[in-house]
Design a protein around this ligand. Structure first.
Ligand code: SAH
Length: 402
């Protein structure tokens, strides 16, 4: 049964601030609000009205944040249980139709990508039966019981457990005190997921984000296509996503470099888990820039650079560009002729054109001729909502260095 909607607070927008919401962009900025009727708290549902009173839709409220409301619907009806079930079922269906989970060879993907799936504030990554959920808004975290029911219905017996990894994001976004742990069911430590035939251990508890970087799946597959008989350096390797796919595809030798000892430990376990020859793999615990400054780079046929986000906000864009230029310049200066550079940026504030221009500037300064062989992006289980272009964040280039 739908609860009475008359009790819910209403946010009324200033004149003209309804335009983007009518275009289904899901963010209401605090500066666009004329007045609020009622006293919504963090995570409460609010009705959003245009200046003259027309109801634009419903969203989750966040006080003291620049994005005051994240819209979930764009009509008069307050979302009910049936809405949650249908919305989750639709997101799961998209991945099923892409064959991204449920087969012996491929059983790990993102099932919900926030705004990309019409669910701002929610990330849900599926690792061979284990769903790791990360709520970034108090409203989404409060919806966890209905989300759990909806995922259980959509996934059926394929689902072993749902792990809630929201504590860090909740603390940052003014949510209720939240502790990471199982929201439903469970799975043993040492759980591995299969991506295009490669096995990866997923440490949802201590690992970064939800435990693994699913967004590089198609780019790892592309590296695999180039890897046979090659010597490869994987910089910012984390648990060895690119390293394992390259070794399985027949690379002669792979070196995984990361500053995190823990990530490298899991990387070594992944080498063993896939039955690979440990003599073909080496972990290097180092600061990336320090290693890139050394002469070692001239020994590799392929170098992968997949750094963490240098700029999460537009205000940090300039510093981020300098950071990308610095590491890529080092690489381009010392890589051997004929070698390939797989280089990435996951900073939303640095778009495709800016990233390409940064690489052009690095190539000019390095005095090398460079060809762009591939332009890379995030995969289809990290979709971009056409009404929310900000959702496009991962970009990469495969360069051949003369
Ligand atoms: N390519 C990986 C994901 C990389 S995440 C994959 O496909 O799974 C970014 C990684 O960079 C993290 O593991 C982090 O520990 C590492 N890192 C961050 N700063 C670093 C630095 N200065 N030097 C080396 N590694 C760094």
């Amino acid at each position: 049964m739908q609860e009475g909607t008359s009790l819910h607070p209403t946010v009324t927008l200033k004149a003209k601030r309804d335009v983007s919401i009518r275009r289904k962009h899901p963010w209401v900025f605090s500066g666009g609000i004329k007045h609020i009727d009622g006293q919504p708290k963090a995570g409460d549902w609010v009705r959003v009205r245009a200046h003259k009173g027309a109801v634009l839709g419903w969203g989750h409220f966040a006080p003291n944040a620049s994005i005051a409301v994240r819209m979930l619907t764009f009509n008069e009806h307050l979302p009910d249980d049936a809405w949650w079930h249908a919305t989750i079922a639709a997101a799961v269906r998209v991945r099923k139709d892409l064959d991204l989970f449920g087969t012996p060879n491929q059983n790990a993907c993102r099932l919900v990508h926030a705004e990309g799936d019409g669910l701002p504030g929610l990330i849900a990554d599926f690792y061979e039966g284990v769903l790791v959920v990360q709520c970034h808004t108090p409203g989404m975290h409060r919806a966890l019981p209905i989300l759990t029911a909806a995922f259980r219905e959509a996934l059926g017996p394929a689902l072993l457990g749902i792990y809630d990894k929201s504590a860090k994001a909740m603390a940052k976004n003014g949510g209720d005190q939240s502790v990471d742990g199982w929201a439903w069911g469970k799975a043993p430590h040492g759980h591995a997921a299969t991506e295009y035939g490669c096995k990866y251990l997923i440490d949802w508890e201590h690992g970064q984000k939800t435990g693994f970087f699913l967004d590089q799946r198609e780019n790892r597959a592309l590296l695999a296509a180039h890897a046979k008989d090659k010597k490869i350096l994987n910089v910012f390797s984390y648990t060895g996503g690119f390293s394992i796919s390259a070794l399985v595809a027949g690379a002669t030798e792979v070196h995984s470099l990361d500053s995190s000892a823990r990530a490298l430990e899991v990387c070594e376990q992944n080498v063993a888990l896939n039955g690979l020859d440990p003599k073909k793999h080496q972990c290097i615990q180092s600061d990336a820039l320090e290693y890139l400054k050394s002469d070692e780079l001239s020994h590799y046929d392929i170098v992968v650079l997949d750094p963490p986000a240098f700029a999460k906000r537009a205000s940090a864009r300039h510093a981020a560009v300098q950071g990308y230029k610095r590491i890529n310049l080092r690489a381009l200066q010392s890589m051997k002729p004929g070698s390939l550079l797989f280089t990435f940026s996951c900073s939303q504030a640095v778009d495709d054109a800016l990233f390409t221009n940064t690489l052009v500037a690095a190539a000019i300064q390095a005095g090398r001729n460079v060809r762009i062989l591939h332009r890379l992006h995030q995969p289809p289980d990290h979709p971009v909502n056409v009404f929310h272009p900000e959702g496009s964040y991962l970009k990469g280039l495969v360069l051949r260095v003369d």
